[in-house]
Design a binder for this molecule. Structure first.
Ligand code: F6P
Length: 357
């Protein structure tokens, strides 16, 4: 019998269920004697032995369901080698539970932090296959992560809806978009919804340049302006600080988030009326968009192939619309960021979008 463990780890996103369904469907179709064990709440379930047998019917009807049927949790990689409050060696516990379950392989769905631990487990001798999940799209080794396009839809929809109220009141609106330390989500949502200014972590902004762009629009008779601001956006001054200096500055923040700081500066420097909207975790919720459903189904089928061929220690991904797989060691610890010199940035600039640089 082929025994496969499955877990979802880190922040959730749309299409986790669709991806697990993809793996399960392809495995059930190709292998007669197979059992899938669902490990609950990510690595936490693997450490503490919380898991349950799954049946083919558990994967039915979940293609369009958001969230994850297994639950998830954040278990920081940097604490994996640190014993828990009862002195438990977490890595050893994960290896012991893998053995106890009698697994041939473990399928892990996750983002950056998750992949560091997945690689660690692979180096420790476990058979691991992973799928790239995150609304941030910041995983190295794949053009696209599942969850990203669904989150783009939601963030773009927020900015779409902001347009009418911004126009009615002649206001400047800042929509703060998730994405952690990278700007993919903000960039795509901003272009998709016609944002006037897009501020990304990868392109530190000059507040005077932002204000000049707003003044210019006002002088052109534009009744409103919309900024798509990444939650990780950073000013040129802050980007010049050392990591230590920045941490010190962020200890006692004057504003709840970067958008409020930018909003206060714009209001003070231009006199324009500013409002801030933060869709937050809404961006991770709801049903996956059709693009993600297709991507997840393709990635799931490819992950099943890796398991059947016993090609372990790899993450499935997509490159130039072809499904590929890459070694976990290549993925772990790397961040895929927006290149300020890339063509998409040049094209956005050609459209008149200001990046505050
Ligand atoms: O990584 C996905 C993400 O939604 C980021 O965009 C965001 O910074 C973070 O997770 C929020 O994490 P949490 O759900 O733990 O608040």
């Amino acid at each position: 019998m082929l025994k496969i463990g499955m877990l979802t780890s880190g922040g959730d996103c749309q299409s986790l269920n669709a991806s697990m369904r993809g793996v399960a469907k392809a495995i059930y179709d190709a292998v007669d004697d197979v059992e899938i064990i669902g490990i609950e709440e990510g690595y936490k379930g693997l450490i503490y032995g919380n898991y349950r047998k799954l049946k083919p019917r558990d994967f039915s009807g979940i293609l369009i369901e958001g969230g994850t049927i297994l639950g998830t949790s954040r278990q920081p990689f940097k604490l994996m080698r640190v014993p828990d409050e009862n002195g438990l060696d977490k890595v050893q516990a994960m290896k012991d539970n893998y053995k106890k379950m009698g697994l041939d392989c473990l399928v892990i769905l996750g983002g950056n932090g998750t992949h560091k631990t997945a690689n660690l487990l692979s180096e420790e001798g476990l058979n691991i296959v992973t799928l790239p999940k995150t609304i941030d799209n910041d995983l190295w080794g794949t053009d696209m992560t599942f969850g990203f396009q669904s989150a783009v839809d939601i963030a773009a929809n927020v900015i779409d809806n902001i347009h009418t109220t911004a126009a009615s009141h002649s206001r400047v609106f800042i929509v703060e978009v998730m994405g952690h330390k990278v700007g993919w989500l903000t960039l795509h949502a901003g272009i998709a919804s016609g944002a006037d200014i897009i501020l990304l972590p990868e392109i530190p902004y000059d507040i005077d340049s932002v204000c000049a762009a707003l003044d210019k629009r006002a002088k052109q008779g534009k009744r409103f302006s919309i900024l798509a601001v990444a939650e990780g956006a950073v000013s040129k001054e802050d980007a010049a600080l050392s990591k230590k200096e920045l941490k010190e500055k962020q200890k006692n923040p004057r504003y709840p988030s970067i958008s409020y700081e930018i909003g206060a500066q714009i209001q003070e420097k231009t006199g324009l009326e500013v409002r801030v909207t933060i869709p937050g975790h809404m961006q991770r919720g709801g049903s996956p968009c059709p693009y993600d459903r297709v991507l997840s189904s393709r990635l799931g089928a490819a992950a099943a192939q890796l398991i059947i061929k016993k090609k372990y220690g790899r993450m499935v991904g997509i490159r130039n619309n072809e499904i590929i797989s890459v070694p976990l060691a290549d993925v772990a610890g790397k961040l895929k960021t927006v290149d300020p010199e890339s063509s998409i940035i040049k094209e956005a600039k050609a459209l008149g979008i200001n990046f505050g640089d």
